[in-house]
Write a protein that binds this ligand. Sequence first.
Ligand SMILES: Nc1ncnc2c1ncn2[C@@H]1O[C@H](COP(=O)(O)OP(=O)(O)OP(=O)(O)O)[C@@H](O)[C@H]1O
Length: 230
Amino acid sequence: MTEQPIIQLSNVNIYQGTSLILADVNITVNKGEFVYLIGRTGTGKSSLLKTLYGDLRLKEGAGQVVGFDLKKMDWKKVPYLRRNLGVVFQDFQLLTDRTVYDNLKFALKATGWTETKKMDEKIKDVLEKVGLETKGFKMPYELSGGEQQRVDIARAMLNSPKLILADEPTGNLDPETSDGIMQLLFRISREEGAAIVMATHDYILLQKFPSRVLRTENGKVTDHASVTFV
Ligand SMILES: Nc1ncnc2c1ncn2[C@@H]1O[C@H](COP(=O)(O)OP(=O)(O)OP(=O)(O)O)[C@@H](O)[C@H]1O
């Protein structure tokens, strides 16, 4: 039996309010794939990602993400969809009033975890994966931007998602720190088998870490096997 794709959109139209932002979107992303999402500002990258994590309702076309039907899904089920994927943002979105450990514990509790021992093991595991095993007791403001982004990625990994959606995860980072985050994301897709879709403006990263590219342009999404067209 062939495995179901992690993302499948067929003939999807994406709206913001009544404005059609992207028309006739057809995308398939399979297990462990790393896919860039590029395009000029305002062309719909965030709108596409929001559709995938259930922040924008799918109105037209058919869509499946990590086994959830975006069209038929009861709106109340969005939290379940979110448990099955990880989302990483440009601005980290950590809770500033608590430690790294407590940020991760808060996210676990919010997604239904209750046993302290299991939560501790999971937090240790994800912090090791992002190279921050000694930083659990730190407050977010005591960390560099790159370290905060690693905590955000650790948080996205808590529920072992098959998909991570990253909206400009290196947007606030210097080039060297960005390279470290890219290496981490590629390692997660390789070793954990997570598919990753990453929106970026940074074409240098595409050259350094080539992979499949989706481009938003003129109200459409085009699919490119690699970066060579840029
Ligand atoms: N909440 C909203 N309500 C109405 N229109 C919106 C909303 N969010 C975005 N838009 C519009 O939808 C279009 C696509 O925006 P979107 O944020 O998806 O683009 P983007 O490619 O992610 O841009 P950027 O690279 O600047 O983040 C823009 O014209 C924007 O003004």
